[in-house]
Write a protein that binds this ligand. Structure first.
Ligand code: HEC
Length: 124
């Protein structure tokens, strides 16, 4: 084989390898800081960031949507403990699916919040 053909073959194999990853979960391929479920989940460093991005805009201030106040540890813990936080973000039946009018949180984001809740929704 001449070297041009070898290069072409290497290129094709490389491309096949690359494109096979294309349909994998983005979370698995490109884990981000907000979506690492390993270890202890920190309220301040993980949970707040997710809720800030996706919930606080409607659920804080003087008249929070649905009467559900969020944005402080006390308020966030209250809906964690009564089941509404996980029920709404996991789109469980009997809860209003949240964030309203936007895409469901990713599986990894939901798992992160669930892990924090299951560990006792600590102010950590
Ligand atoms: C665009 C505005 C908006 C965003 C963003 C939003 N919500 Fe809501 N949420 C509402 C409204 C309006 C209601 C009241 C109507 C209803 O229950 O559907 C509500 C209701 C709720 C309830 C009460 C539902 C129940 O079943 O009792 C919870 C809990 C809740 N939201 C949590 C969240 C969480 C957690 C997020 C972020 C992941 C979020 N919301 C994002 C507007 C929003």
């Amino acid at each position: 084989m001449n070297s041009r053909i070898i290069k072409l073959v290497v290129l094709l194999i490389g491309f096949a390898g690359f494109s096979s990853c294309y349909y994998d979960k983005a979370d698995t391929l490109y884990p981000s800081k907000t979506c690492d479920t390993s270890g202890t989940i920190s309220y301040a460093q993980k949970v707040v960031l997710l809720l800030q991005q996706q919930c606080y805009s409607c659920h804080s201030g003087g008249s929070p949507s649905g009467g559900i106040a969020m944005g402080t540890y006390t308020t966030d813990k209250a809906i964690a403990v009564n089941g509404k936080l996980y029920g709404s973000i996991s789109h469980a039946s009997g809860y209003s699916p949240m964030p309203q009018g936007a895409a469901k949180m990713t599986d990894c984001q939901i798992a992160t919040i669930k892990k924090w809740i299951d560990a006792g929704s600590l102010n950590n």
